[in-house]
Design a binder for this molecule. Sequence first.
Ligand code: NAD
Length: 491
Amino acid sequence: MSTLTGTARKLKNYIGGKWVESNTTVYEDVYNPATKELICQVPISTREDLDHAAEVAKAAFEKWKQVAVPRRARILFNFQQLLSQHRQELARLITMENGKNLTEALGEVGRGIENVEFAAGAPTLMMGDSLASIATDVEAANYRYPIGVVGGIAPFNFPMMVPCWMFPMAIALGNTFILKPSERTPLLTEKLVQLFSEAGLPDGVFNMVYGAHDVVNGILEHPEIKAISFVGSKPVGEYVFKKGSENLKRVQALTGAKNHTIVLNDAHMEDTLTNVVSAAFGSAGERCMACAVVTVEEGIADEFIARLKEKSVQVQIGNGLDDGVFLGPVIREDNKKRTVQYIEKGIEEGASLLLDGRERMSDDGYFIGPTIFEDVTPDMTIWKDEIFAPVLSVIRVKNLKEAIEIANQSEFANGACLFTSNANAIRYFREHIDAGMLGINLGVPAPMAFFPFSGWKSSFYGTLHANGKDSVDFYTRKKVVTARYPEPDFQ
Ligand code: NAD
């Protein structure tokens, strides 16, 4: 069904096990960002479409919650198999609609599959706990139950991994799900839906409604949707969290980032450079765990910065499907223009432009080259804002303490990395940095499925994060039974 023929086809929503045309008259063009080729058209669905999905998901929940947990898990195992068999096809779809290179796309597919593997452990993860003797002849036990229909709202930058943070676990635990993928990357999710259905998932358990504001507002307001998982930018996440909470729903909103990497004098120079270039410019900087600022200790700053520029100049730009290409395009023309505006702003505010990505722009696609600013200070817009493009700021510092003081001024606190061989510095960093996901001698500290994706400050709104045991708590509610068993009289 997802074979592309070169002519743009109109995508359909998936509701109750059927591909259904949206009620809308509005369709948005979806482009391959590396070629500007029109690849399909996505419906900007209506509130009516969403309401239909919510009713279907509610009806399906009544049956799905009663399916024994190991039986639900078996469907997840089938899904895992199918995803593994389609690994290459999934990765090519990601590259085609998102632009990241094929190696990165394959990595993303792997990350998504890990989430399915984690969710297949539902029989263990869903266990409650008990205490045989909490008072004389009294015991207490805690049982977990699903919560109902869950809505998921996803961004464009990880079309497979991010939805997989949400629906496999929610569904394995007995909930039903409505996914609203990004309207800019709709094809990968279409494939996920097909494969999950092929794995034996009953109709109505996993539904997908394409769209934008109206569908999001429908998810925020529909009384049958009990919980919402959001991943996207800070302004939208803040809105989703406030509105969803106001409507008494459980909400987790994972949002923007401005991640700092600190390089100390005793870091391994070559490894650090490789990691920083990859973390700053990989996926065109469109990662919530991208390295946006690198602070370097004075002792190695001159050499580090010179070699950073040298390495960044060598980065191969192009269509991510081509061999050897590292840096693909940003997602749309608007994102490219916005990046150019940030470069102009950086110059205007007094930062020194060490490497100008505008010189490597090409009109074949939405390409912009690696950009590096030096002499950046925390009052500058390029330091404060999430640019979400291949733009890196470099700051020289006296020591680790100063580097941490700078990083902690950011309103965001998703990830932070330290490159050093000093154990005491590592501990100091862990104890003093404001960030929820830390990397030591690695560039992108994105936790695997078994640990929470635990951003702090404006990078996260809510209490329970995506993934890890947090996700089990987020997608379940508990019943605690306290029971008295008077000693029987056996005479
Ligand atoms: P976005 O906020 O523009 O879109 C996210 C979702 O919200 C999409 O499904 C979109 O259709 C919807 N949306 C957008 N504007 C809306 C509005 N005004 N009202 C209602 N819904 C709206 O984000 P994006 O550009 O797709 O993704 C990039 C952002 O996601 C970055 O800020 C990045 O840091 C963030 N992100 C965060 C994490 C994390 O774990 N913290 C992971 C991935 C991406």
